[in-house]
Write a protein that binds this ligand. Structure first.
Ligand code: ZN
Length: 271
């Protein structure tokens, strides 16, 4: 299996941390076989006084950190001559039949609204390896060879989480990292756990002429990574707008996929 040999050099440093309201795991991985050093930080959280919640996070390649959604770089998946973008995947055998249904529904949902086609891996060079690792995370864009999308069971096996991590794998960053985010949210760095402040840095993103979207499945909720139960971000000018509670891709999430990958394709111009 190509993926196994390519990642045999993976070094994992695992640290665990917990607080009264959330528990988090952090992981840093270094892939020595690549030109880039991959720093992976991911987190899962369970709120004691609420429903199970999970935050997907991304593995940051140093070469791509300002290139979301990396339109000009090789982290974009290639378009086939038939106009479709095939993204091969392997799903590990760790999942129950019901969990598999959720994951497969998430994979299929892209075909309904875009030129993206997640297809079972049949020897292609580049592919996603969907497995239950420790948390929900994905690399940002295509990395080359096999790349892990972690959907830990059962906490990450939800439709919106599957879509969220797959959008990272297609090259999309979190909404609150957008270049224009300061017009739409105010960040309270003093309320963010110090080790997680990098998750709130503004990025030079390609926004594909789409508006900032509080309903994006890529938007964090207002108390994400709070160290004191106070908000880490508040929408402006209307602080009461709901943020970060999407249960599926928004209209703008879909529009971005189409603008990045499916331009001038007849099937998708009406989206
Ligand atoms: Zn994420």
């Amino acid at each position: 299996f190509d993926w196994m040999s390519e990642t045999s050099g993976l070094i994992l440093f695992l640290m665990a941390n917990s607080s009264s309201s959330y528990s988090f795991n952090y992981i840093i991985s270094v892939n020595r076989l690549n030109d880039f050093v991959h720093y992976t930080v991911y987190h899962t959280g369970q709120r004691v006084d609420g429903p199970l919640i999970t935050f997907g996070d991304i593995a940051v390649s140093t070469g791509f950190k300002n290139a979301d959604p990396c339109t000009a770089r090789e982290c974009k998946w290639e378009r086939s001559t038939d106009g479709l973008v095939y993204v091969p995947y392997v799903i590990s055998n760790q999942y129950s039949p019901d969990e598999l249904k959720v994951i497969e529904r998430g994979l299929r949902s892209f075909a309904d609204v875009s030129c993206i086609r997640f297809v079972p891996h049949e020897g292609q060079r580049h592919f996603l390896y969907i497995k239950s690792h420790s948390g929900c995370y994905s690399y940002l864009g295509r990395q080359g060879g096999g790349q892990v999308v972690s959907l830990e069971r059962p906490g990450c096996v939800y439709h919106h989480t599957v879509q969220h991590e797959l959008l990272h794998a297609l090259g999309f960053h979190h909404e609150q990292n957008r270049s224009d985010r300061d017009k739409h949210i105010k960040i309270f760095f003093e309320n963010i756990k110090p080790a997680q402040r990098h998750n709130f840095m503004r990025r030079e993103t390609n926004n594909l002429a789409t508006p900032y979207d509080y309903k994006s499945v890529m938007h964090y909720s207002r108390k994400a990574f709070s160290r004191n139960k106070e908000p880490t971000m508040i929408p402006i000018p209307d602080g009461n707008v709901v943020i970060g509670e999407a249960r599926s891709m928004s209209r703008n999430d879909i529009l971005r996929i189409n603008r990045l990958y499916c331009r001038s394709l007849k099937c998708c111009q009406t989206v």
